[in-house]
Design a protein around this ligand. Structure first.
Ligand code: BMA
Length: 406
């Protein structure tokens, strides 16, 4: 997210010309690039032609469900909350709404250096158990990766330009592959029988690497990387995980942040092409005072993303949002819902995910984005849950059962 990079900093090809031609995403300009042409034959399913049955089912189910409903998601929901850490069964979303969220976000920064815990102190073994737990209740899993700067070894917010050094031919390419190997090993351990039992199978994951690329706060961001290099990095990542590591349980979420005069005018600048993306996401936060004009502009941006996604056969989503410390007691029904329900397109996103509820112990600031029991927006959050548009885990259909493909 946009503003925390300052805090974090303070405290501490496969890309062949043939592929470029295929995807059309080959602008090297740092300025807003024109829309890359969609492939001539639109992909009818997930970007991985060998996606597992559950992953294919999730893709089609989410794409279809998006026309009627929006899944509510929360980062690190089961690992900790505003005033607790790693207590079995707990969830701030459940304790304030009555249900677990429908979608769980997790973060794997640290897995590439064999760290036992991620960047936010979440133990990777426990994370696996929580991922299994959420999946077995029918929830959706999404994973982000705030990878350290591969050139300087600073953190993800060290904006020293580095992408060209990890592409094929770059000085740090081999090292980057080792990091992908470690990530892949962890992802490969995410397995479980589904909600209705059955055999042990890979858990589908919506992988959201290299997010907020249109912002300036991560080293992979477009201000520090040529558009074409970013697209190559994306394609390399996807093809390596898919073809070299044999991971077929991943859907890929491309998630630029609000940027430029329209909020989305640079959205496609780093786009790797329709053959490498399943979810067209968008990251945008709100801070008080939120004006009606902001709500309207946010709705317009979401509509734009939905239009892009639908025309490309992808799943649209609001991949990160929220208001720091939910300072507005009617944030859910007077801010978030009006944005999403603002017009007939914006409401067709498949999911919305709010960021983590950082534990307050040891922090001087407030860094939480969902309510917790007793928070002043709790009643309003229950009203959001009662809105038939929004689905929490207790209202989910089985998203992993083979579905009509349209
Ligand atoms: C940011 C903040 C940081 C955190 C990072 C990775 O947005 O929440 O505190 O370390 O995400 O999860």
């Amino acid at each position: 997210m946009r503003f925390t990079h300052r805090r974090a900093r303070d405290s501490r090809l496969i890309a062949s010309f043939a592929l470029l031609a295929l995807t059309g995403a080959c602008s090297s300009s740092r300025a807003a690039s024109p829309l890359p042409p969609a492939p001539t034959a639109q992909l009818q399913g997930p970007s991985d032609p060998n996606a597992t049955p559950e992953t294919r089912a999730l893709f089609f189910n989410l794409r279809r469900l998006a026309r009627e409903h929006v899944l509510f998601g929360h980062q690190d929901d089961l690992a900790y909350g505003y005033d607790w850490v790693a207590e079995p069964g707990r969830s701030d979303v459940k304790e304030s709404s009555g249900s677990y969220p429908a979608l769980y976000g997790w973060e794997v920064s640290g897995i590439e250096k064999d760290s036992p815990r991620n960047i936010d102190g979440v133990d990777f073994q426990r994370m696996r158990q929580w991922i299994v737990e959420g999946y077995q209740r029918g929830g959706v899993i999404t994973i982000s990766w705030h990878l350290d700067n591969p050139l300087t070894r600073g953190n993800a917010w060290d904006t020293t330009s580095a992408v060209s050094t990890i592409l094929p031919g770059g000085a740090h390419h081999a090292e980057f592959k080792t990091k992908l190997d470690k990530l892949a090993s962890y992802l490969a351990t995410l397995r479980a029988p589904g909600k209705d039992g059955g055999t042990d199978a890979p858990i589908p994951v919506i992988f959201r690497p290299w997010h907020e690329l249109t912002g300036g706060w991560f080293w992979w961001g477009l201000p520090h990387t040529k558009n074409q290099e970013f697209a190559e990095l994306w394609r390399f990542t996807a093809l390596y995980l898919r073809n070299e590591k044999g991971l077929h349980n991943l859907l890929y979420a491309y998630a630029p942040n609000e940027a430029g005069s329209t909020g989305v005018d640079t959205y496609l600048s780093g786009y790797p092409g329709d053959w490498y993306v399943d979810v067209l996401g968008y990251d945008r936060y709100l801070d008080p005072p939120v004006s009606d004009a902001q709500i309207r502009s946010f709705t317009r941006e979401l509509s734009w993303v939905v239009r892009q996604a639908e025309s490309r056969g992808k799943i649209p989503a609001l991949t990160e949002t929220g208001m720091t410390a939910v300072r507005d007691s009617s944030f859910w029904t007077q801010r978030l819902a009006p944005i999403i329900e603002g017009d007939s397109l914006s409401r067709r996103i498949a999911y919305v995910m709010v960021w983590r509820n950082a534990n307050r112990v040891g922090r001087t600031d407030e860094h939480f984005f969902a309510p917790y029991r007793g928070h002043k927006s709790e009643q309003d959050f229950r009203r959001l849950k009662a809105d038939p548009l929004f689905l929490f885990e207790d209202e989910l259909p089985n998203l992993y059962r083979p579905a009509p493909t349209r």
